[in-house]
Each structure stands twice: as C-alpha cells, then as structure tokens.
Ligand binder design. Structure first.
Ligand SMILES: [Zn+2]
Length: 254
C-alpha cells in the first residue's frame, strides 16, 4: 500500500539542508512516488537533478508557471520545451492562470496556457493546472481542448465550480493541506465529489496541513490529508489508498 504525492516541489532550496532524510521520511510513511511540477527555466536543473538522484521515485512535469509568464514567455517556454526533450516526462505543469498577484501579463497568460494545453494534447500527457482567482476562466479554456486530461491542482473552488469540473470527463481534483484548514469549506464540497475523482498532493514546501500549518510542508504529511478523507468518505484507509492510487495511475501512467 503506497501513495503518490502528485504535486510537490521537492527540488526547491527549502529542502537543501535535509533532502535525503525528507525523502526517507516520506518513503517510510508510505509515500513512494513524487510528481515534480516545473516553474520556469530557473527550476529545470534542480528538478532534473532530483529525478537523476531518485529515478524510481521522482517523476517530472515540464511547463511554465503562470506567475513566471512575462514579456519573454515565448522564449522561456521554447527553452523549457527543448530542455524537456532529453528527459522522461510525466505531464505538463504547472500551468494555468493566476490573477491574484499581478494582472500585467493577463493576455500572455491566456496565450501561454493555450499553447501548453496543445503541447500536452500532442504528447498525450496530463496537465497540472494552477488557478488563482481564475478557475472559471481556466475551465473555459480547458474545454477548448477535448481529449485532454489533468488535475486542478490545489482545488479550493465552490460547489458550482466543482460541478463544472465533474462534467469534464478526464479532469480530477488535487487535494492537499487546505482540506485540514478550519473554515476552508473544502470538506463540505468534497462530500459531493466521488473519491474516484481525487488525487492527493502536498504542494510542498507550501500549504502544510494542520498541525503544521504555516511551517514547511513535506510529502510525509500526506497522511494528515488521508486522515481527513476518512472522515468524509467513511471508507477504510486501505480502500481509500487503493482508489487514490488507481486514479493516479490512470492520470500519470505510473
Ligand atoms: Zn505548485
């Protein structure tokens, strides 16, 4: 019985001091695979180095994060695409729309997203979608690409938004630490989402679950999310893990 952390930035410098021990802790806690999402050209070397160090455990997604979409996004994306050709690729990510921090490159974000969605479709790979203040817009764009599959990473939307995603056959909900936050409302929404449509993720080093909220997150903490799911789905831990793992296999082909 083991789990996959489907969205985790283990290559970031937050883990430089204890990366090997952190991986060991995760494996001992039953989390054996990690899907690493790229951010921009600066993160490529760190990410691929982790895959080289842990080829059995670390899978990679290549993509340009919406917060890194600037004036030169086309060059940046081309660099990432070329770079990716030397490596096994588990998905396109993380990509999406972020209208929370900065709206300067809103139009470029739309174009970069569309370009990366067609890249994923061409390669028959799943996408990991980052959306902030932009979930409805992201859903509309994804619908332009029938046949695409992927995950709405760190889903924290409303029931209405969840319903829209449920209607998209090959799309799933990435659930992490936010589920354990009081007042997030996510548990209420999850009650209406079949377990088969969920995958687990930490988004480490960010979004640590309670009781570590505000501290550095790491894959071993995925078990706190699992405990929270038990209280929503009233199934045995084994059945939950098996369901989650079979969905993860369907999406990422592992
Ligand atoms: Zn992320």
């Amino acid at each position: 019985m083991f789990l996959t952390d489907t969205h985790t930035h283990l290559y970031l410098e937050e883990f430089d001091a204890d990366r090997d021990e952190m991986i060991k802790r995760a494996i001992e806690a039953g989390i054996r695979k990690f899907v690493l999402p790229n951010i921009d050209h600066c993160s490529l070397e760190r990410m691929t180095a982790m895959h080289v160090a842990y080829p059995e455990h670390c899978l990679m997604m290549f993509g340009l994060h919406p917060c890194s979409v600037k004036e030169n996004w086309e060059e940046e994306l081309e660099y990432i695409i070329n770079y990716s050709e030397k490596y096994p690729m588990a998905g396109v990510g993380e990509i999406g729309l972020d209208f929370y921090w900065d709206l300067t490159y809103k139009n470029q974000q739309f174009t970069a997203l569309r370009k990366q969605l067609s890249w994923a479709l061409e390669k028959n790979l799943p996408v990991s979608l980052h959306t902030r203040n932009a979930i409805d817009e992201t859903i509309e764009i994804v619908k332009e690409f029938p046949g695409l599959k992927g995950v709405f990473h760190c889903f924290t939307g409303t029931m209405e938004q969840a319903n829209k995603i449920l209607q998209m056959e090959n799309f799933y909900f990435g659930i992490g630490g936010v589920l354990t936050f009081k007042n997030s409302g996510l548990a209420e929404v999850l009650k209406h989402i079949p377990l088969e449509r969920i995958v687990l993720e930490t988004d480490a080093p960010y979004l640590a679950p309670v009781p570590f909220r505000g501290k550095r997150n790491e894959p071993a903490y995925l078990n706190y999310i699992l405990n929270a799911l038990e209280n929503i789905y009233f199934m045995s831990k084994t059945d939950i893990v098996n369901t989650l793992q079979s969905t993860t296999k369907t999406i990422f082909n592992i």
